[in-house]
Design a protein around this ligand. Structure first.
Ligand code: PHE
Length: 442
């Protein structure tokens, strides 16, 4: 695809190269700053979580443009890790990209958190002095190339939590907490945890089995507490709005832990919570790779980290059914929320949707990736596109050429769209597919 010689992101100009695949439609998202609109559901959720961690430093203004080193290398991603590929990540150029996760800031904050410049805005709440480089939360917009439907959007938000200790603290304090608070399963969350630290989810050679176990327990306890408190608030809000009877709603939130793998933690887990009848995946987490702490200049410390997406939780808490709504500037969306409050979203009238199919032969080079089509449609149609789905694929029996058919559903969230407008968009999509993706239309 043709790219301009430079890209300007948040006022900074970057040279492009053969790796550049970030579209203007995506760059436009970097300036939206949804987490800084106090009445936006994502900002409300961010603040609720920040409030659960008063003695952590809070960062929510870190630049989305990071180096490949920050996003991948510093975290131990292998050179051939699929996350690095151009089909999954928005590159500004070979060395510079839009962060794909908030973990991209782990090393930088561990190493330099004490610096206070405009970029590193650690916020200590309740007058507690937060040791910025020892315990922190990072809330931020992140970017991933992905399919288009009601729950996927190429820009979304994550919350990262990092908590480190000196080894003495782990030995003395954490073990004491464990003794004082009793076994973790007796906390408010009913706990389903059959995971075992062992060969398939190992302790790092730098850590003792006891250190890993105590860190993991502290992490699980902290996260249970946070999730239970936020979900309890949501149920209380439903009660006080009359959506639930005074005593109604879920009182207990079973949590389950599942073994997982990340390049930057070991052992690693995923946390899920049963909310309104469904297991909701909350986050990935684990004991931080010691190499990261060593590289940050703090080899004497060990720690845990978690990271999770804010949209899915916000969709549940506020009853928001389409992820595009978070980006809507329709006042009928924005006016429904107020800082500090979880309340149910009242959907406004849905406009009719319209589907268009496009069938084509893939380029003979075989050089076609679905996510290129997704970005192309987003660029042309913006948020008028609701979903893009492959509905057919076959190989011609004689020529071996591959034909595919995609169904594009257009639907505006906030206005009436004419047939003429959709037809013009579909025509642009079709001609751009030929010009930029090298397909031949059927
Ligand atoms: N960064 C991971 C992701 O985006 C989540 C994670 C963060 C996992 C911290 C472990 C520790 O999926």
């Amino acid at each position: 695809m043709p790219v301009p010689e430079t890209l300007s992101v948040l006022g900074v100009t970057h040279a492009t190269d053969g790796w550049t695949n970030t579209t203007q439609a995506i760059l436009d998202k970097t300036g939206r700053r949804l987490l800084h609109q106090p009445s936006h559901p994502l900002a409300i959720l961010k603040d609720l979580i920040f409030d659960e961690f008063p003695d952590f430093a809070h960062y929510d203004s870190l630049d989305p443009v990071v180096s490949a080193y920050q996003n991948f290398d510093s975290l131990g991603f292998a050179q051939d890790h699929p996350g690095r590929s151009k089909t999954d990540t928005y590159y500004i150029n070979r060395d510079t990209l839009l962060r794909t996760h908030t973990s991209a800031h782990q090393l930088q904050l561990l190493a330099a958190g004490k610096e206070r410049n405009g970029e590193l805005l650690g916020r200590a709440k309740n007058g507690v002095a937060a040791p910025e480089n020892e315990r922190f939360l990072v809330a931020a917009d992140v970017y991933r190339r992905d399919e288009i439907d009601a729950s996927h959007y190429p820009a979304f938000h994550q919350m990262e939590g990092v908590c480190t200790f000196s080894r003495n603290e782990v030995r003395d304090q954490l073990c004491k907490t464990r003794d004082a608070e009793g076994p973790i399963a007796s906390s408010a969350a009913r706990l389903l945890d059959t995971t075992e630290i062992g060969a398939s989810n190992p302790v790092q050679p730098e850590h003792s089995a006891e250190e890993a176990a105590v860190l993991a327990e502290h992490m699980k306890r902290t996260m249970n507490r946070m999730v239970v408190r936020i979900l309890t608030k949501a149920v209380e809000a439903q009660r006080s709005s009359g959506a639930l009877p005074a005593e109604g709603g879920q009182a207990e939130f079973p949590v389950r832990w599942i073994d997982a793998q990340f390049p930057f933690t070991s052992p690693s887990w995923e946390m899920e919570v049963l909310f309104q009848g469904e297991w909701l995946e909350i986050c990935g987490c684990g004991v931080m790779k010691q190499t990261i702490l060593n590289d940050a200049g703090t080899p004497g410390r060990i720690g845990w980290a978690f990271g999770f997406g804010l949209e899915r939780l916000a969709m549940l808490l506020f009853g928001i059914s389409d992820i595009r709504l978070f980006w809507s500037s329709d006042p009928r969306f924005a006016q429904q929320f107020s800082p500090g409050q979880i309340n149910a979203f009242r959907p406004f009238s849905r406009y009719p949707s319209c589907t268009k199919d496009v069938s084509f032969w893939l380029p003979a080079s075989g050089d076609f990736h679905e996510n290129d089509l997704m970005d192309l449609v987003r660029e042309v149609a913006g948020d008028l596109v609701e979903s893009v789905r492959r509905i057919d694929s076959f190989a011609h029996p004689k020529t071996g050429k591959i034909s595919q058919c995609f169904r594009i559903t257009y639907c505006s969230m906030d206005r009436n769209v004419t047939n003429g407008e959709i037809n013009a968009i579909q025509e642009r999509v079709r001609s751009d597919m030929v010009g930029r993706l090298g397909v031949s239309l059927r």
